[in-house]
Design a protein around this ligand. Structure first.
Ligand code: HEM
Length: 509
């Protein structure tokens, strides 16, 4: 027995020394971890990971390191985030490699988790162009969104003032806009893809709770074959839904016509057909085409629907803010016409509220980057190929940058005269990231958020349900932070058409 214990102790000591001596980051402060495991046990869930990183940031400063199962990770917050994402953007624009994620996407990463290589730069440009044509283009987004938002609001009206959960209506409207942007047409009412999108979103969120396990599957051989483990089984289920969505989109190739481009799928498919003659390194493969659609579809749905869902909750929690936004809408638009994106600058309170929803909820609390060359941050040298994780939430909820940060207060983004505060005053607000790998869909997402929330409040007054408890959103709670992107717990509300609602009793049109 004694020799075994001595052997184990010696093994652990050697592992510890081996870990220490191979550390490339001994000059960076951070928590000490266990041999081999590093800090893995302290950050075993999304909630623990975010809480621990914020705690370590308070203790060690804006740049610190920790260790997950031998991988050293540098975490940045405060002004170091701007240095990483913007000032030295391309030096930090890589992504870490997660083999389990690559397996999910046909053995290669395509956009979100792709290295910062020439093909990534080509794909970003291509998608930007496609989004400008089929998403952000003001007329286009309006014609797509207005129809889907109207359908969603009609469904809400059919609830006839009763308690209901708006989640499915919001999700369907958001995914219909994405469907139209990708293929040029919305799905028919009740199409199975609409519920598949909800399922995909749900499993994606559930998988984020198993992030640590999935990362470890890359290190422990055959772990990914153990389908009795729920997270491994979920990956299989996820892949099946993904395949059926991809089959649906590829079906559009049969009617592809380069003289009649319908949406983003056609833009990417055309680039693939034409990329035979492209420079080496930027040739698109068919696998790229298929999974790019999935990445854009998912990124466009999972973030926007959760932001709108939280917005609705917060409007019910803060009826005074809701009422002030409605008064501003009535002043500049009246209930006689539909809102357009041109009204955006006339509704600074709504714009400030959207900024505040994005800050307060921080639905994407952090991101993952990797250095592409030897560089530095906050005065610390960082070698090439080092993981660097910016934590947005530690800035968004930091009293140094936002007074009373855990209070929902859209007025913080307004000037004395009620106009929107200048962009420089919001430089610590980065819900979409920033710089070289910023969110490709930011402009499109902001337009959709504006049109949806403005149309919703123009038409309805949102109230607490008649039955059951209406909780609060606590962006620091385990319930909220257990998945990424974060989603507020399910809730019910009432939506009273304003034509006969409590604020405008005689305004029926
Ligand atoms: C409220 C809505 C959204 C939020 C809060 C959001 C947030 C983010 C964040 C924080 C990142 C990571 C930036 C980084 O790694 O430094 C990101 C990346 C990305 N987003 Fe969004 N996003 C939203 C909507 C969208 C939409 C609508 C699309 C597509 C139409 C989209 C597509 C992407 C893509 C493709 C990337 C990866 C870019 C790259 O790796 O180069 N997002 N987003």
């Amino acid at each position: 027995m004694v020799p075994v214990l001595v052997a184990i102790a010696l093994g652990l000591l050697l592992a510890y020394i081996w870990n220490k001596t191979r550390s490339k980051l001994t000059h960076i402060p951070g928590p000490t971890g266990l041999p081999i495991l590093g800090n893995t046990l302290e950050v075993g869930s999304s909630f623990k990971l975010i809480c621990k990183m914020e705690e370590w940031a308070r203790k060690y400063g804006d740049v610190f390191k920790f260790n997950i199962f031998g991988d050293e990770i540098v975490v940045v917050s405060g002004s170091a985030i701007g240095e990483v994402l913007v000032t030295k953007g391309s030096e930090f624009a890589g992504r870490p490699k997660y083999p389990w994620f690559e397996k999910l996407e046909g053995g290669e990463t395509h956009l979100f988790m792709r290295e910062y290589d020439p093909k990534l730069r080509f794909i970003r440009k291509l998608v930007h162009r496609g989004l400008r044509q089929y998403g952000e283009g003001v007329d286009r987004i309006e014609s797509i969104s207005v129809v889907e938002i109207s359908k969603c609001l009609d469904n809400i009206e059919r609830e006839d003032g009763a308690d209901f959960d708006p989640f499915t209506y919001i999700h369907h409207a958001v995914s219909q806009v994405m469907n139209t942007m990708l293929t040029g047409e919305a799905l028919s009412e009740g199409h199975p893809m609409l519920n598949k999108a909800i399922k995909l979103d749900k499993i994606d969120a559930e998988l984020s709770t198993s992030y640590m396990l999935l990362t470890i599957t890359d290190k422990i051989p055959l772990l990914d074959k153990m389908t009795f483990i729920p997270a491994i089984r979920k990956v299989k289920e996820y892949t099946q839904i993904l395949d059926s969505l991809i089959n649906f989109w590829t079906g559009f190739e049969a009617t592809y016509d380069k003289n009649n481009m319908r949406g983003l799928y056609d833009v990417v498919y055309k680039a693939y057909l034409e990329s035979e003659s492209s420079e080496e390194g930027t040739k698109l493969s068919y696998t790229n085409v298929k999974y790019l659609m999935y990445e854009l579809y998912l990124a466009g749905i999972i973030t926007t629907n959760k932001t709108i869902y939280a917005f609705v909750h917060l409007m019910v929690t803060y009826p005074n803010i809701q009422k002030r936004i409605q008064s501003q809408i009535d002043e500049v638009v009246s209930s006689q016409r539909k809102l357009t994106t041109e009204d955006r600058h006339k509704l600074p309170l709504l714009e400030a509220t959207i900024h505040e929803v994005l800050r307060f909820t921080s639905i994407v609390p952090m991101t993952v980057h990797k250095t592409t060359k030897d560089t530095s941050v906050g005065g610390f040298a960082i070698p090439n190929d080092t993981q660097v994780w910016p934590i947005f939430t530690s800035n968004h909820h930091n009293a140094e940058y936002f007074i009373d940060p855990l209070t929902f207060n859209p007025d913080r983004f307004l000037e004395q005269d009620g106009s929107l505060s200048p962009p420089e005053s919001r430089k610590m607000l980065m819900p979409f990231g920033a710089g070289t790998r910023n969110c490709i869909g930011e402009v499109f997402a902001r337009m959709r958020l504006f049109l949806f929330t403005a149309s919703l409040l123009q038409r309805f007054t949102l109230l607490q349900p008649t039955k059951g408890k209406f909780g609060i959103i606590d962006p620091k709670s385990e319930e909220y932070l257990k998945m990424t992107p974060c989603i507020c717990p399910s809730y019910k509300i009432r939506a009273i058409p304003r034509a006969w609602g409590i604020y405008y009793p005689k305004k029926k049109t």
